[in-house]
Design a binder for this molecule. Structure first.
Ligand code: GLN
Length: 188
């Protein structure tokens, strides 16, 4: 099993470290042909408008959409979550539109640009999970087939829809592997 980590920009190396710690092989994806045969794909945090521009330049939109539609699990964290969303409030920036979620970028306001919290994610574990938020988005609304996995201050920060998983925070920045293991468990 090999997991691809989109490596155009952002926090891809830390995701690879987490996958290695889970005992799973990963590759850095920069070209469409590198998507072939992957068991899953992670779209990391970074800056979603820049990532979208690079994905256009590298012709990655269509092949990633096709991968997702084939049922291959895709996990987007922070900017990666924005890339997965169907709607981005106040923005027409490029996105994959694979998840029926509406996201608000940089949504937690200036005072709490970046923060950490113990997040309760009952669908994953009964013990809380430390979550690092960096200029994070949240999910403003979801479609009917989206399962909400976690909220922080009444805002949705983690959700799943079929083979798609989205987190507003950065699970790759802690040594806790529970969220990566959950993603790996989505691979049939
Ligand atoms: N604020 C960034 C954006 O809107 C996301 C931040 C992150 O990925 N840590 O793209």
């Amino acid at each position: 099993m090999v997991i691809g980590v989109l490596a155009l920009q952002g926090a891809f190396l830390d995701h690879q470290k987490s996958l290695t710690a889970c005992g799973v092989d990963s590759i850095q994806v920069r070209k469409p042909e590198q998507l072939e045969g992957l068991s899953g794909l992670i779209i990391p945090g970074g800056e979603s408008t820049t990532m979208g521009k690079l994905m256009n330049q590298f012709n990655l939109f269509e092949p990633i959409i096709n991968l997702g539609k084939k049922g291959v699990p895709i996990f987007g964290t922070c900017a990666g979550m924005i890339m997965l969303a169907k709607d981005i409030i106040g923005s027409d920036q490029p996105r994959l539109s694979l998840m029926d979620i509406e996201v608000e970028r940089n949504a937690f306001g200036r005072q709490v640009d970046s923060f950490e919290t113990d997040l309760f994610i009952p669908g994953i574990d009964k013990e809380p999970i430390r979550a690092v938020f960096i200029r994070a988005p949240y999910i403003e609304s979801t479609g009917e087939s989206v399962q909400v996995l976690a909220s922080y201050r009444d805002k949705i920060v983690m959700a799943r829809q079929d083979n798609f998983l989205a987190a507003a925070f950065h699970p790759e920045l802690t040594n806790d592997l529970r969220i990566h293991r959950y993603f790996l468990s989505m691979i049939g």
